[in-house]
Design a binder for this molecule. Structure first.
Ligand SMILES: N[C@@H](CCC(=O)N[C@@H](CS)C(=O)NCC(=O)O)C(=O)O
Length: 339
């Protein structure tokens, strides 16, 4: 049975990773409210629920707060099992599930999101805003006067960054155009409707198209006709579906009240002693730990009492101004350190 607890997603409209989750919830009829955030820090709405993590999206189901879209997706899959109200989007065969997972790895872990960001046009307005640039330097872990200046790594001339990034993106798009979509199918798994595999594959490319500022040389219908037609099909379908039950937008105070007036979505788990990160630090339930991402946004550590830890996630109890929440982070690309 799906929980009846309210879902709040913190995101901003230009966040492709946020859209990954929004599209999934839309296609599965999972009701949510959204609390829109600014493009850069500060984000007092998120701070007021007691979360220090700085990336977007963050999703709360009742008082359980989930960081990182991959964990969010996995939790929505677990907590909202297929039903008539929430039709499944997951592949059913082993091969389909493998494709879903591999597309997630390709889009999230291959670094092509960063490459796409490097390819934003130089006249893209935020790139000439010193405050925005300072914020994104902080995301990369650079704070003047606080962190040591980054070592200049040996590498290609900076003017080659864009052509190198473009080649990486082209490679990823070629995978879709020349393999999964090559036979003219409508959806990645050759199903009669879009599935999770489509969502896992589409979010970054859809963002590039919808931003309408990337060079047409990067993504155009001569080079990638099947990808562009598929993005168009999927975005129209999601837009139609979203109109059926539009999500309500709430402000930070209402979002916080919604969370703190709810119960927990999940039972407390255990701290698995055999996990190396537990054994090495001698961690026990209740110990105070810091949890933070290791790839970027690393300066934002969430501190709380350890609730559970297994091979997939760590959960801590965090005391917000208005009460307690449980913060869940994935193990992938996150550190857990005793305080
Ligand atoms: N691995 C993270 C990546 C999230 C991510 O990079 N989100 C971008 C927005 S799309 C972000 O947070 N950028 C910095 C910021 O907005 O503070 C996830 O899957 O959730």
């Amino acid at each position: 049975m799906a929980p009846t607890l309210p879902i709040v997603i913190y995101h901003y409209v230009f966040s492709p990773v946020g859209k990954r989750i929004i599209w999934y919830m839309t296609l599965r009829n999972i009701p949510y409210t959204h609390c829109l955030q600014p493009l850069a820090l500060p984000r007092p709405d998120i701070a007021q629920i007691g979360v220090s993590y700085r990336r977007i999206p963050v999703l709360a189901i009742g008082r359980d707060v989930y960081l990182d879209s991959r964990l969010i997706m996995r939790k929505l899959e677990e907590l909202y099992p297929p039903s008539a109200a929430h039709p499944s989007l997951s592949g059913t065969t082993g091969d389909q599930k493998a494709i879903e997972r591999l597309l997630d790895v390709l889009m999230s872990d291959s670094g092509i999101f960063d490459k796409a960001i490097q390819l934003l046009p130089l006249d893209f307005p935020p790139l000439s805003d010193p405050e925005f640039l300072k914020d994104r330097a902080e995301l990369a872990g650079i704070v003047p006067g606080k962190t040591p200046p980054p070592q200049s790594a040996p590498g290609p001339d900076p003017k080659l960054r864009r052509p190198i990034a473009a080649a990486e993106l082209r490679d990823a798009m070629e995978i879709l155009e020349t393999t999964l979509l090559a036979d003219g199918r409508d959806w990645v798994l050759k199903t009669d409707r879009p599935m999770l595999a489509d969502i896992e594959a589409v979010w970054l490319f859809e963002w590039m198209v919808s931003m309408d500022c990337f060079s047409p040389e990067l993504i155009n219908s001569n080079q990638f006709p099947k990808i562009l037609a598929w993005i168009d099909r999927l975005s129209k379908l999601v837009a139609e579906k979203a109109k059926e039950s539009p999500a309500e937008e709430v402000n930070g105070d209402i979002a916080a009240a919604t969370i703190f007036n709810s119960g927990y979505a999940e039972e407390e788990g255990i701290v698995e002693e055999k996990e190396a990160v537990v054994a090495v630090q001698g961690l026990k339930k209740g110990d105070l730990v810091n949890v933070y991402p290791t790839d970027n946004g690393c300066l934002h550590k969430d501190t709380g009492a350890l609730v559970s830890l297994n091979s997939k996630e760590v959960v801590i109890n965090v005391e917000g101004k208005n009460g307690k929440i449980r913060v869940h982070a994935p193990r992938h690309k996150f550190a857990i350190e005793a305080v």
